[in-house]
Design a binder for this molecule. Structure first.
Ligand code: FES
Length: 105
């Protein structure tokens, strides 16, 4: 990462992990616990109600970046922590495709 990317890192982040019915059925309580097992300075971890992405949960949203992840499993968390929360680079393979559409030519 170069110095320009480091300057763009927000001072604080919040990781929001849906704890509503569909996401819970797909393991979001374990995902929330996995984030809590990897504490990062200046990052708050919160459970939430439904975020309207029930068919592709567990849903994880990172603010203020406004990065949305879908179908997150506990084993995905360490990469998100290292690459995104510490390194500032979202994990592209886990981005929610409806919110972060990708175009291939
Ligand atoms: S139940 Fe998690 S997004 Fe709706």
């Amino acid at each position: 990462m170069d110095s320009n990317q480091q300057q763009q890192q927000p001072q604080y982040r919040c990781v929001i992990v849906c704890q509503h019915s569909s996401c819970l059925r797909n393991g979001s309580a374990e995902v929330l616990q996995a984030f809590r097992d990897y504490p990062v300075p200046n990052v708050i971890i919160e459970g939430s109600g439904c975020m309207g992405q029930c068919s592709s949960g567990p849903t994880v949203r990172v603010i203020p970046d406004e990065i949305w992840y879908c179908r997150i499993k506990p084993h995905d968390v360490s990469l998100i922590v290292k690459q995104h929360l510490i390194g500032g680079q979202p994990v592209e393979a886990k981005l929610h495709p409806r919110i972060h559409p990708r175009f291939y030519f």
